[in-house]
Design a protein around this ligand. Structure first.
Ligand SMILES: [Zn+2]
Ligand SMILES: [Zn+2]
Length: 469
């Protein structure tokens, strides 16, 4: 396919004279430079960059006068570019399934979100069960295969969920899957964690020559990784009572929760969340889609931030993921978080929550050269994302977009003509209409990987879709 893949390869590059939002200790710098290495890392940020680092040859110069540069945006809750269902909803614990096995590197959503400045996404399993599947943290390396999109070195994670979805409150028909009540959810989790403790112990005994070799169990292995602090828990959650009992249940197993997702009532228990040390990966101002979210307020992010919780704003939506900069701006509007601090809600804070804060999320020497060039202030509604860079490679450039789109249009027309021919459709001849329709249906049936592209992708909506007959 034309137009996929990076537009440049890494080279020593200087973006000069920009307003740079470092999301790091440097704060916001005006008339500053960003210097990128040929290895795709940040060499220096600020003024007089060449006085601080020497480079072996002349850099590629990009005049960024009047433009703004931020770190690449990071979405801590995203279900785009997942092939097929995001929910393996058949068991209350599906800790063994892996989103990394179904990353759809051909999804156009990658490009659409790149065009909004997104560079890293946490692809999560859905919220249908208390213990869901394993997530995949990816970089939006458009044109790369699924394995190459994975964020190498990012800690493994897993989706958990509480509330209406996991007790199947909004489903019609006979529900028999345990649990069906709020009291069932923590008990179910405690049972699986106890089983995982026994599983780890059985392996320990075997390795010490004190017992038989246990049968490998991928579910308990994943939960065992949580117990050992090697797998991050990201838990879909809304109500304060459920949040509290969940944190206490995890604490009883010595587990620290990485993020509470959505966390719309988190403002009521912000101190408890801060004391536990969990991050809040929240919606800015999205609610009223079901009963358990009735108590949401737009100040929740600010309140949790003020109470010492690491807060991010996520998309949970393929569309919203294209505008995360404007989501961050809402932390300024509701509660008056400082602009530079609010930007961290979609840069450094989600990076910390995903355990990759030492690699991405801010513009600091040594970090990955993942950044966005904006036409103006990143929170201004009229601002456009001009360029998106990952690992020192430019993957999106608004100035070449028209030409790229033209090439894709031509390619599409050629492919459609070829498809029509091979499928035997003769739409133009009277009487053959039905045959042509059937032929087209047969042809497009094969394009399975694109079947769900236009389904609205998020845990909530997926739940709703599953309810459809
Ligand atoms: Zn959710
Ligand atoms: Zn979701």
């Amino acid at each position: 396919m034309h137009g996929r893949g990076p537009l440049t390869e890494p080279a020593i590059t200087r973006l000069a004279n920009a307003t740079i939002w470092t999301s790091g200790p440097g704060g916001v710098l005006t008339n500053a430079d960003l210097l990128v290495s040929a290895e795709g890392k940040i060499l220096a940020v600020g003024h007089d960059v060449f006085s601080r680092v020497s480079v072996p040859r002349e850099p590629v110069e990009i005049d960024a006068t009047g433009l703004h540069i931020t770190a690449g945006l990071i979405d801590a809750h995203n279900h785009s570019y997942i092939l097929g269902s995001v929910n393996e909803a058949t068991l209350p614990s599906t800790a063994m399934v892996r989103v990394a096995d179904v990353v759809n590197s051909e999804s156009l959503q990658i490009y659409e979100q790149l065009a909004g400045g997104l560079t890293t996404a946490n692809l999560l399993h859905g919220s249908a069960n208390p213990i869901g599947g394993q997530n995949a943290v990816v970089k939006l390396r458009w044109g790369a295969g699924p394995e190459e999109m994975l964020f190498a070195g990012a800690p493994g994670g897993i989706k958990f969920a509480l509330g209406e979805n996991v007790k199947q409150s909004n489903r019609t028909g006979a529900n028999t899957r345990f649990p069906q009540s709020r009291m069932g959810v923590p008990v179910f989790m405690a049972n699986r964690f106890t089983a995982a403790q026994q599983y780890l112990e059985a392996w320990r005994r075997f390795e010490a020559g004190q017992g038989p070799k246990p049968r490998r169990d991928l579910e308990l292995e994943a939960i065992g990784e949580i117990l050992r602090g090697e797998r991050l828990v990201h838990c879909h959650s809304y109500r304060q009572d459920e949040i509290l009992i969940f944190l206490r249940t995890m604490e009883s197993f010595g587990v620290k929760v990485a993020t509470l997702q959505h966390i719309l009532e988190g403002y009521k228990v912000a101190d408890e969340i801060a004391a536990h040390g969990a991050g809040a990966s929240a919606f800015s101002d999205w609610w009223a889609y079901k009963y358990e979210v009735v108590d949401a307020i737009p100040y929740a992010g600010t309140i949790m931030h003020d109470r010492g919780v690491v807060v991010s704003f996520n998309s949970d939506s393929s569309d919203q993921a294209r505008r995360l900069n404007l989501e961050a701006a809402k932390a300024v509007k509701y509660g008056g978080v400082g602009e530079a601090e609010a930007l961290k809600f979609v840069t450094l804070n989600p990076a910390k929550q995903l355990g990759i804060g030492d690699r991405v999320g801010s513009l600091e020497p040594g970090k990955d050269a993942d950044f966005v060039v904006w036409s103006g202030h990143p929170f201004a509604p009229a601002t456009a994302c001009l360029q998106t860079w990952i690992d020192g490679r430019k993957y999106f450039d608004r100035t070449v977009e028209e030409e790229r789109a033209g090439r894709l249009r031509t390619e599409r027309e050629t492919l459609l003509a070829a498809a029509k021919k091979s499928a035997g459709g003769k739409k133009d001849e009277p009487g053959d209409e039905k045959k042509a329709e059937a032929a087209r249906a047969r042809f497009f049936q094969r394009a399975l990987e694109h079947m769900r592209q236009h389904a609205y992708s998020c845990c909530e909506q997926h739940e709703a879709l599953l309810l459809q007959p």
